[in-house]
Write a protein that binds this ligand. Structure first.
Ligand SMILES: NC(=O)c1ccc[n+]([C@@H]2O[C@H](COP(=O)([O-])OP(=O)(O)OC[C@H]3O[C@@H](n4cnc5c(N)ncnc54)[C@H](OP(=O)(O)O)[C@@H]3O)[C@@H](O)[C@H]2O)c1
Length: 197
C-alpha cells in the first residue's frame, strides 16, 4: 500500500508561511523558508532549477522521488496562482481539496469537494503505486484527524517567524510520532517522523 506523507518547510515556531501570504506574495514575509532549495551546488534530480547542499539534496530528492500524486489545499492552490495550470510537482498529478467550485481548474488538475478521504483515495489511484504527498496545513490536519498520514517531514528552518499560517491545527487528541531520521544541513534540519498507530 502506498504511503501518505506530508513534507513542509517550517519555522522553529511551527509556521509554514509568514504574515500576509497569498497569490503574488508567496509565503509573505517568510520567503527564507525556501532558501535551502537554492543555497548549494547539488542539482535536484527531481525538481529542475533547485540547487541544494549535498545533504539537503539527498533528503529532498528521496521524498520528492517517492511522490506520485499530490493533494493540495485550496488555500495553497490559490496562493500559488493555481500552480500555473499545472502541478507543484514535476511528475505528479494534483488533486485540490475545497468546498467551493474552482472554474479555473485545468485538465491536469482535479477538484475534490467531497472530503479528505476521497481526495487521498483519488490521489492513490493516480499515483500508480507511488506515494501521496499532502500540501497545506489545513489539509495536513484534516488528514491527521482522519488517520490517513503515515509520515511527517519537517524541513525545519532556524527562525522564529512570530506569525503566519501554522503547520498543525487543533486535533481531537494526541498523535504519537517516531523519529526515523534527523539530518542537519546548511540552513535547515530535516526531521523525518513516522506516525505511530
Ligand atoms: N512552507 C511550505 O513548505 C508550504 C507548503 C505548502 C503550502 N504552503 C503555504 O501554506 C499556505 C496554505 O496553507 P493552509 O494551511 O492555510 O491551507 P490549505 O491546507 O492549503 O487549504 C485549506 C483549504 O483546503 C480546503 N479543505 C481543507 N480540508 C477540507 C475538507 N475536509 N473538505 C473540503 N475542503 C477542505 C478548504 O478550502 P475551502 O475554503 O475552499 O473549502 C480549506 O480552506 C499557503 O500560503 C501556501 O503557500 C507552505
Amino acid at each position: 500500500m502506498s504511503k501518505v506523507l506530508i513534507a513542509h518547510a517550517v519555522s522553529v515556531d511551527g509556521y509554514i508561511t509568514g504574515r500576509n501570504p497569498g497569490a503574488g506574495r508567496g509565503l509573505g514575509d517568510a520567503g527564507m523558508l525556501f532558501d535551502w532549495y537554492f543555497d548549494g551546488d547539488t542539482p535536484s534530480q527531481v525538481f529542475g532549477g533547485f540547487e541544494l547542499s549535498g545533504p539537503s539534496a539527498q533528503v529532498f530528492d528521496t521524498f520528492a522521488g517517492r511522490v506520485g500524486a499530490i493533494v493540495a489545499g485550496r488555500t495553497t492552490y490559490d496562493a500559488s496562482d493555481g500552480f500555473g495550470g499545472g502541478s507543484p510537482h514535476p511528475a505528479a498529478r494534483v488533486f485540490v481539496l475545497s468546498r467551493r467550485p474552482a472554474p479555473e481548474m485545468t485538465e491536469r488538475q482535479t477538484l475534490i469537494t467531497t472530503g479528505i478521504e476521497d481526495a487521498v483515495a483519488a490521489a492513490r489511484e493516480a499515483a500508480g503505486g507511488k506515494d501521496v504527498g499532502l500540501m497545506g496545513g489545513g489539509v495536513a490536519t484534516e488528514a491527521l484527524r482522519a488517520g490517513l498520514v503515515d509520515e511527517v517531514i519537517l524541513h525545519q528552518v532556524p527562525i522564529l517567524l512570530g506569525g503566519g499560517r501554522p503547520f498543525f491545527r487543533s486535533l481531537p487528541g494526541h498523535v504519537r510520532l517516531g523519529l526515523v531520521q534527523a539530518v542537519p544541513a546548511p540552513g535547515v534540519t530535516h526531521l523525518h517522523y513516522q506516525v505511530e498507530r
